[in-house]
Design a protein around this ligand. Structure first.
Ligand code: ADP
Ligand code: ASP
Ligand code: MG
Length: 454
């Protein structure tokens, strides 16, 4: 008998009818001979509504109380789903995150799971009942307060419980049939992967593919939890496996699994809007270090994109990218004259988005950044701060350009099934002897095609 954790997202429990359907699928999994632990999100839109209510009461909500409020969204759907299971003749009890043994650090609104004590869930399973756990929440090991895990955090609850219980896998039940090469709701021609590696999914998630919360992928990779992403409309339909590759090795893709390297296809395109760029000019190294230190201490979400001094010893420029809701923190820091940063040397650009192309080894491919920039130029999209890492290309564009830019970049890198170039020495071969030229046709085939997606 396999133990599986099934996580139902907000859209999968958005109405009473959907809750009843979720209960039916849970019952079917049990009748199929499995032990099932369920994790559930708040009913679709409920968390946003709670946030809206809070904002009507105060512009600066207390973080502890906001978490206490947000936890109620998941508590409600857990209770409702247990009621639906009971009504279908299945014994079930609901649990809050703390009751289910989820322990976190103290950071309200973005807590990290630090331990899981699943003994109450085990007792429940032993008694033949299905536990339904409210996702997205836990209890701080330092303050004892209820905490939430950040948007999309129920995915992480599901993975953490699967790890603690030694489950066969964690099923992420959502409103699409798996992980696609881009958001299938907005990008024409996006194709579903049958299998992805943790590394690929982690890059996609952090780039903005919200089908899985990025913390959940990191947790799954660290603890070796296989993820199965599938649609809430059918338990046995198409799916995507996210794993270290062993579970899906030799599966229907017909492509041998390779641990890394350039023979891996492109995993996809993802983006995130709501970003702001701040460039500080001619600030001293001391000030840069102090500023970065304070940003780190305040845990302000910020990315350092560029730092350098152009010829002068002790003055340089620094470019930071941050989400809109971190701007207040940043402005407060800069306004503090102790930092000696003159505000007229700070240049802000708002309404930005980051667009990313993800593929193992893509950053080692000389033509990939060129193709990205050419695609953006042909779409007339703004493009700055191109950043290349081994598994990802990212570039800033305008928020208003993101949709069109994503489509054209997806078309460029992923739309046409092309035959990957042969790698004479296999994936580790990094030598220069590759027959590439800069003509458009050859450029297209220079980046390996997507072979593992449908
Ligand atoms: P849930 O409520 O089940 O947690 P989410 O809304 O968090 O669902 O995530 C599912 C959504 O993720 C999809 O409806 C889809 O629009 C979006 N999405 C973004 N990028 C991708 C992608 N690469 N593959 C699949 N879905 C994606
Ligand atoms: N309800 C939370 C959110 O909307 C957590 C989740 O859905 O996983 O972000
Ligand atoms: Mg989600």
């Amino acid at each position: 008998m396999a133990l599986i954790v099934q996580k139902y997202g907000g859209t999968s429990v958005a109405t009473p009818e959907k809750v009843i359907e979720a209960a039916r699928q849970i019952r079917a999994a049990r009748e199929g001979g499995n032990q099932v632990v369920v994790v559930v999100s708040a009913m679709g839109g409920a968390t946003d509504e709670l946030l809206r209510l809070a904002s009507e009461v105060t512009a600066r909500p207390d973080a502890r109380e906001l978490d206490a409020l947000l936890c109620t969204g998941e508590a409600a759907s857990a209770g409702l789903l247990s009621l639906a299971l009971n009504h279908q003749g299945v014994a079930s009890r609901s649990f809050s995150g703390p009751e289910a043994g989820i322990r976190t650090d103290h950071r309200h609104g973005r807590a990290t799971i630090v331990a899981v004590d699943p003994h109450r869930l085990r007792e429940e399973l032993a008694g033949g009942s299905i536990p339904v756990v409210a996702g997205f929440q836990g209890r701080s090991i330092t303050t004892g307060a209820r905490t939430t895990l950040g948007r999309g955090g129920s995915d992480t609850t599901g993975v953490a419980l699967a790890a603690a219980l030694g489950a066969d896998h964690c099923e992420i039940v959502t409103d699409v049939a798996g992980v696609y090469t881009a958001d299938p709701r907005t990008v024409v021609g996006a194709r579903r992967h049958t299998a992805l590696l943790y590394e690929e999914m982690a890059e996609l998630a952090v780039s903005g593919a919200k089908v899985l919360a990025s913390d959940s992928v990191d947790y799954a990779r660290t603890h070796g939890v296989d993820l199965k992403v599938r649609s809430n409309s059918a338990a046995t339909g198409p799916q995507t496996w996210v794993s270290d590759g062993r579970r899906t090795a030799g599966a229907a893709t017909g492509q041998p699994w390779t641990p890394a390297g350039r023979s891996r296809p492109i995993a996809g395109v993802a983006g995130r809007s709501g970003l702001v760029r701040c460039v500080l000019r001619r600030i001293t190294t001391d000030h840069v270090l102090r500023l970065l230190g304070e940003l780190a201490e305040r845990e302000t979400e910020v990315e350092l994109r560029r730092y350098g001094n152009l010829g002068t010893e002790d003055a340089g420029d620094i470019a930071l990218t941050l989400p809109e809701d971190s701007v207040e923190d940043m402005r407060e820091l800069l306004a503090d004259t102790d930092h000696g940063i003159r505000l007229d040397e700070a240049h802000w650009t708002t309404n930005l988005a980051r667009l990313c192309v993800v593929g193992l080894g893509i950053g080692r491919h000389p033509y990939a950044p060129l193709r990205l920039l050419e695609a953006l130029r042909s779409a007339g999209a703004a493009r700055t701060d191109l950043h290349v890492t081994s598994n990802r290309l990212s570039v800033l564009t305008g928020s208003g350009d993101l949709a069109a830019a994503t489509q054209i970049v997806h078309d460029t890198f992923l739309s046409e099934p092309v035959t990957p170039l042969a790698h004479p020495a296999g994936p580790d071969h990094a030598g220069p002897a590759r027959p590439l030229a800069a003509g458009p046709g050859q450029l297209r085939s220079a980046v390996p095609a997507l072979a593992a997606a449908e």
